[in-house]
Design a protein around this ligand. Structure first.
Ligand SMILES: Cc1cc2nc3c(=O)[nH]c(=O)nc-3n(C[C@H](O)[C@H](O)[C@H](O)COP(=O)(O)O)c2cc1C
Length: 383
């Protein structure tokens, strides 16, 4: 792989409708894998298609993390990690330092895509200042964190903003009026119908949507101490769930958003899917439902940055199996095969009736034909 481009095999490059062009569809999702210069550089060197930095806000002194802040759910073999809870907040590094890191990366990797993830309070001037300072680093796009599930709901940040469509529409409007680069709104799955805030953000002018952020969770209760996990000074707080276990939920949410993009924009908006991706075949499922790119966060924490090589190889193997030469050849191909339950019942009833008709032969003597005469007689024989 050279600069994220596959050296041989099917073409993995993707172009979003906003114009963001990636050498492969694999993007570092906002979180620990995008916390500083060293790790983001590692991501580019290993070949990731793009990097989304850890979420920043204007005043990092308000961000105070605790430890432990992660808890795992393991499979029956007690080895494989299938679920991951975190109570981590956004970046606790000073904004100036994160901006320096982003500027340095853009200088050293001008052709690679670096996306700033931002979050602020319900205050227009704060968003405008944050956007201006991030854009000055040369980043290629914004992902707006409307979805952090823990911390600062009292300041109406993150998920609290993403769950309130009136607030969301207004803030997306401020952001879109100020930003000169593409904007993706990152959605929370902790809402009745994710299609509603997704449609709201797009209607307010955002070029795209990312989904999903983590799912509200309580990892468990320690049956010796009777205290909830992860336990900090004897207490806990609900966190965000990620990793393999969330993938089916993420796929359903991405599918719902893809339908909105198809219905309202003829498919012409960006969709970046994530949640539990660890293999190229996992990623293929998101692409088949209409995603343009696929992000990975927890998977990188479990397997490291070289994971991108197996992701690319496995996706290419899937493409070769079907004779696809580019991602556009199959992107969204499975989306038309969703319908309502009501419709499934109708189709099944019709199929059963057709089978019965074929088995029970002719409805009346007028239906006998010359060519099918023997088969028609056979169809009405009992033994
Ligand atoms: C430890 C941890 C920290 C995260 N921090 C952020 C963050 O700062 N901003 C953000 O938008 N998402 C954050 N996320 C959410 C991920 O970007 C992603 O939406 C979610 O974990 C689902 O994808 P995954 O299963 O690939 O991790 C974080 C996730 C984890 C596990």
């Amino acid at each position: 792989m050279v600069d994220g481009r596959a050296a041989s095999g099917p073409d993995l490059s993707v172009t979003h409708f906003s114009g963001l062009k990636l050498p492969n569809p694999f993007v570092i999702g906002s979180g620990p894998p995008g916390t500083n210069y060293t790790v983001m550089k590692k991501a580019f060197d290993e070949g990731w298609g793009a990097v989304i930095a850890k979420t920043v806000s204007l005043d990092s002194s308000k961000v105070v993390n605790v430890t432990p802040r992660y808890a795992r759910l393991k499979a029956a073999d007690d080895r494989e990690v299938i679920g991951w809870e975190n109570i981590e907040l956004i970046s606790d590094r000073p904004l100036e330092v994160m901006l320096e890191d982003m500027a340095r990366l853009k200088q050293e990797y001008p052709d690679r895509v670096l996306i700033a993830s931002i979050m602020e309070e319900y205050e227009r001037a704060a968003w405008e200042q944050l956007i201006e300072r991030c854009e000055a680093t040369g980043v290629d796009a914004f992902e707006i964190n409307f979805s952090c599930p823990h911390g600062m709901p009292e300041r109406r940040m993150g998920m609290a903003m993403g769950q309130d469509c009136e607030l969301l529409a207004e803030v997306c409007g401020w952001i879109r009026a100020k930003a000169t680069i593409p904007v993706w709104a990152k959605m929370t799955p902790n809402i009745t119908d994710i299609a509603v805030p997704a449609a709201t953000s797009l209607a307010a002018g955002c070029e795209g949507v990312s989904a999903i952020n983590t799912i509200t969770s309580v990892m468990g209760v320690n049956l010796d101490t009777l205290r909830p996990e992860p336990c900090v000074e004897g207490y806990s707080t609900p966190g965000g769930y990620s990793c393999k276990a969330v993938r089916p939920i993420a796929l359903a949410k991405v599918m719902a958003i893809a339908q909105v993009i198809q219905r309202d924009y003829g498919g012409r908006r960006d969709l970046s899917g994530l949640g539990g991706v660890e293999t190229g075949r996992d990623a293929a499922e998101f692409l088949l439902l209409g995603a343009n790119s696929v992000q990975v966060c927890t998977g990188v924490m479990l397997h490291g940055y070289p994971l991108v090589k197996s992701l690319c190889g496995e996706l290419q193997a899937f493409m070769e199996q079907h004779g696809f030469t580019s991602v556009e050849d199959f992107r969204g191909a499975s989306l038309p095969y969703f319908t309502t339950h009501h419709e499934l019942v109708r189709m099944q009833r019709e199929a059963v009736a057709a089978k019965k008709r074929a088995r029970t032969g002719l409805a009346g003597d007028a239906d006998w034909s010359g060519d099918g005469f023997v088969r028609e007689a056979e169809s009405m024989v009992a033994n």
